[in-house]
Write a protein that binds this ligand. Structure first.
Ligand SMILES: C[S@@+](CC[C@H](N)C(=O)[O-])C[C@H]1O[C@@H](n2cnc3c(N)ncnc32)[C@H](O)[C@@H]1O
Length: 244
């Protein structure tokens, strides 16, 4: 599924590292699950959390067998938006809010892929998202879902877990409409690392964290923006002394 800030393209690399750190039968926690790219690739005992209740309502719906529509109109989209404005939350709202918008992020604007915005016309974007939802539903079987602040999840974890954190980036425009205190986050990770194995996706980290990094070449960005090789470095961080 396409989700802003999603780790879909890096999922094999990230899950490879997570599995290296995972102890036998250890519970895996995806603390900021977003588009679920990571948790869906992991197996065994799993917990997924995201503060966004609509997103979690969508995943809960999939677990119950709810099937997202693949044929949508602009009216459908804005009807759900109105319900959401009125304080409602369910699987359909979560699906529309995050996976049917044009610009990504929450309520990114109704996506028109065939030049018209009215009428019951099947649009490929919803087809592909809805199709992937069926596979996702299967992959989320047995995952415990929560929708609370990450600190409340840590407070509920009894035994030492493997925790993956992909929080909103400290220096980026926050498209999740949620304020996020990165300094507090790192303080929390530092404290909780004495009990849990915590791996964080971020662009930078405090000096007492070690980076396991990877260079990525993105051919699409190259061609459009600079015409040159565009190399980004993706980091996974772990508290120094905890690395293997
Ligand atoms: C970068 S996205 C995660 C992307 C995800 N790893 C993926 O591959 O799609 C960050 C997520 O953190 C969630 N979030 C923001 N603040 C949070 C908090 N305090 N506790 C839990 N989740 C939070 C947002 O709703 C958003 O979905």
């Amino acid at each position: 599924m396409k989700y802003i800030g999603g780790k879909f393209r890096l999922r094999k690399w990230i899950c490879g590292i997570l599995n290296k750190y995972r102890k036998p039968n250890q519970t895996f926690v995806d603390m900021f699950v977003g588009g679920a790219s990571i948790v869906r690739e992991m197996t065994g005992s799993r917990i997924a959390n995201d503060i966004d209740r609509d997103l979690i309502a969508f995943y809960r719906g999939l677990q119950r067998g709810w099937i997202p529509p693949s044929d949508l109109t602009k009216d459908d989209y804005y009807r759900q938006y109105q319900r959401w404005c009125g304080g409602e939350s369910d699987a359909l709202i979560g699906f529309m809010k995050f996976f049917c918008g044009m610009f990504g992020g929450a309520w990114g604007g109704f996506a028109i892929s065939n030049g018209t915005s009215n009428g019951p016309i099947c649009r490929p974007i919803y087809y592909s998202q809805a199709n992937d939802s069926l596979k996702l539903a299967e992959q989320l079987t047995g995952v415990y879902l929560h929708s609370v602040d990450y600190r409340d999840v840590f407070a509920q974890l009894d035994s030492p877990c493997l925790v993956y954190c992909d929080p909103p980036y400290a220096d980026m425009y926050n498209s999740y409409n949620i304020s996020f205190d990165s300094e507090l986050f790192w303080k929390f990770v530092r404290e909780q690392s004495h009990k849990h194995t915590i791996i964080v996706s971020e662009e930078s980290a405090p000096k007492d964290f070690k980076s396991i990094s990877m260079e990525i070449i993105d051919p699409r960005i190259n061609a459009r923006r600079t015409g040159k090789a565009d190399i980004r470095v993706e980091h996974l961080y772990i508290l120094k002394g905890k690395e293997i």
